[in-house]
Each structure stands twice: as C-alpha cells, then as structure tokens.
Design a protein around this ligand. Structure first.
Ligand code: ATR
Length: 281
C-alpha cells in the first residue's frame, strides 16, 4: 500500500451506527492528516482473521468496540499497562517493526472529560461507580490515579462488585457492594457504567446517593438524553451529563497514538452534539 492513504477503521458488531468515522474525519481535517477511517462489521468468530488481514495489508490502526474489546487483547503483540489493567483494548496500532500495540484509551477519555471539559477535580472526592462489567473495569485505574477519597463500586450482582474492588485494592481506597449496601449519604460523583442505559432501563439504586451538588455521569450516550440522565435531572441533580465528551476524548487519545498529534476536542464535541441533534442524523 505504498503511497496509498493510511487506513484506519472501527471494528464492532453491529457497528453501522458508530460515530467514530465522523469524529476521526473531523480530527484528520483539523490536523491536516492524510488518512481514511471506515467501518468494519466483524462477527466474533471472524475477529482474528479480519484484524490480522487488515494489518497484513498495511492498515495502520483500529478502534475496537463491542463486543470485541476483551478478545482483541490476544491480537496485540504488546499491551500498554492501561490496557492490561482494563482487561480490554479499544485501540490497536501497527508499529514500524510490523508488530501491533494494544492500548485502552477509555479511562483516559473519561478522566480528560471530567477534569478538562467539565473542570471537575477528582482528588479527595467520593465516587460511586455503578456497574462491574468491562466498562467499569476500564475506568478504575485512571480514576484511582487521581486519588479520590474513595470509590464505591455498586452492582446489581454484589459479588461482581466485590471481586472488581478487590482486584484494584492495591491502587487506592475502593470497596464493592450490592445496590442495597451502598450506604448513606450523597456522593460527589456518580458514574453509570452499567449497560442499563442501552436498553432504556435504570439501575435500581437508592435516591439518597444523589445530592444537589452531585455530578452524575452516564458513560452511555444516544440521541437526546439517556434514561439515567433524565431520571437524575428529575431528582433535582443539576449536573447530569451523557458520555459524549468521553467518546470524543477517548478517540482523541487513539488519534494521538496513531498520528503523534492530539487534536482539539472542543470543536469536535460541539459538531458531534449538533450532528446528533439534527433531524437527519
Ligand atoms: P460492559 O462491557 O458494557 O460493562 P458487561 O460486562 O456485560 O458489559 O456488564 C454490564 C454491566 O451492567 C453489569 O454490571 C450489569 O450488572 P450485573 O453484573 O448484575 O449483570 C449491569 N447491568 C445491565 N443491565 C442492568 C440493569 N437493568 N440494572 C442494573 N445493572 C445492569
């Protein structure tokens, strides 16, 4: 592929509604990078063959999304520490020697959105993380690195929360619980990392976890507000946001890994929210 435009793609199943091509084409235009970014719908049983084929043909980088993030770890020759801690990769990058590096930019994307876009300091704050699946695991190490007072992981299935908390206990003050054992008092930050939003459901958590100053962050996003964001706004939580910022920031971090330049995210986040609000999108 000498002389050809550098090729990138997002691999998922289904993937047709992914916003990554939109985001990365804006990054490429903004930074003057010559590259092409497309969609690859790949069934789980085809993953290894298609990813290996993509790199064998000279492809430069992939984003990996649901349901492949954990399995794709095995397709990298080397993993970054944050990918190993997350137990998943969302970014693969070809290197000069032909090997493939696996990284995970999701946690960095969340932290960047919280601390830079929302100017919300994590240090010494009390954080409640709802959910104990792959999405929750992926953000734990980057959040703990910012030294919150505590992270409570609460999950519908308490044992999964407890197991996840003990896996990360060396990195900071962390505890796992079922929804009924969260404890009293409002948290400074409540992050919804359950997949409930994807089906319009709500995690059945006590309303006492929310106070007027609680920042409620839904890692999910969609057209308009998610069910979780609508629900907590109705409980008088003034600060409730869906995960658009995290989506754009994790993409910017992947772009930086691939191209060596970090694009400005504010104009892209603005374009994305405008794009999603338009009737044709
Ligand atoms: P992901 O990779 O998106 O995290 P996952 O590993 O399947 O997906 O985990 C989904 C998470 O959402 C789990 O924490 C799950 O809770 P359980 O472990 O009890 O299954 C949580 N979840 C999904 N639907 C939910 C709902 N309706 N209410 C509360 N939690 C829900």
């Amino acid at each position: 592929m000498e002389g050809a435009v550098d090729q990138y793609a997002v691999v998922g199943h289904p993937v047709a509604h992914s916003l990554s091509p939109f985001i990365h084409s804006l990054f490429a235009r903004q930074t003057g990078q010559s590259m092409r970014y497309h969609l690859m719908d790949v069934a789980p049983e085809e993953l290894a063959r298609r990813v290996e084929g993509f790199f064998a043909e000279g492809g430069r980088g992939l984003n990996i999304t649901l349901p492949h993030k954990a399995r794709a770890m095995q397709l990298a020759n080397e993993l970054t520490d944050r990918a190993r801690q997350a137990g998943a990769v969302n970014t693969l990058a070809s290197r000069i020697d032909g090997s493939v590096l696996g990284d995970n930019t999701d946690g960095a994307g969340l932290v960047q959105d919280l601390t830079q876009n929302l100017t919300w300091p994590v240090e010494s704050r009390r954080i409640l993380l709802l959910g104990a699946g792959g999405a929750a695991r992926g953000v734990l190490a980057p959040l703990l690195a910012l030294r919150p007072e505590i992270i409570v992981i609460a999950n519908r299935t308490a044992e999964r929360a407890e197991a996840l908390a003990s896996a990360f206990s060396a990195l900071g003050n962390i505890r796992g619980a079922g929804f009924g054992q969260i404890g009293r008092g409002a948290f400074d930050l409540v992050i919804n990392a359950t997949s409930a939003s994807l089906t319009g459901e709500l995690p059945e958590v006590p309303q006492t976890i929310f106070g007027p100053d609680t920042l409620c962050y839904d890692m999910a996003y969609g057209k308009g507000d998610t069910a979780f964001v609508r629900w907590v706004r109705g409980l008088d939580c003034a600060h409730a946001v869906p995960g658009w910022g995290m989506l754009v920031e994790q993409a910017a971090e992947s772009f930086r890994l691939w191209r060596g330049v970090r694009p400005l995210t504010a104009p892209v986040l603005q374009a994305l929210t405008g794009h999603m609000a338009s009737p044709q999108s």
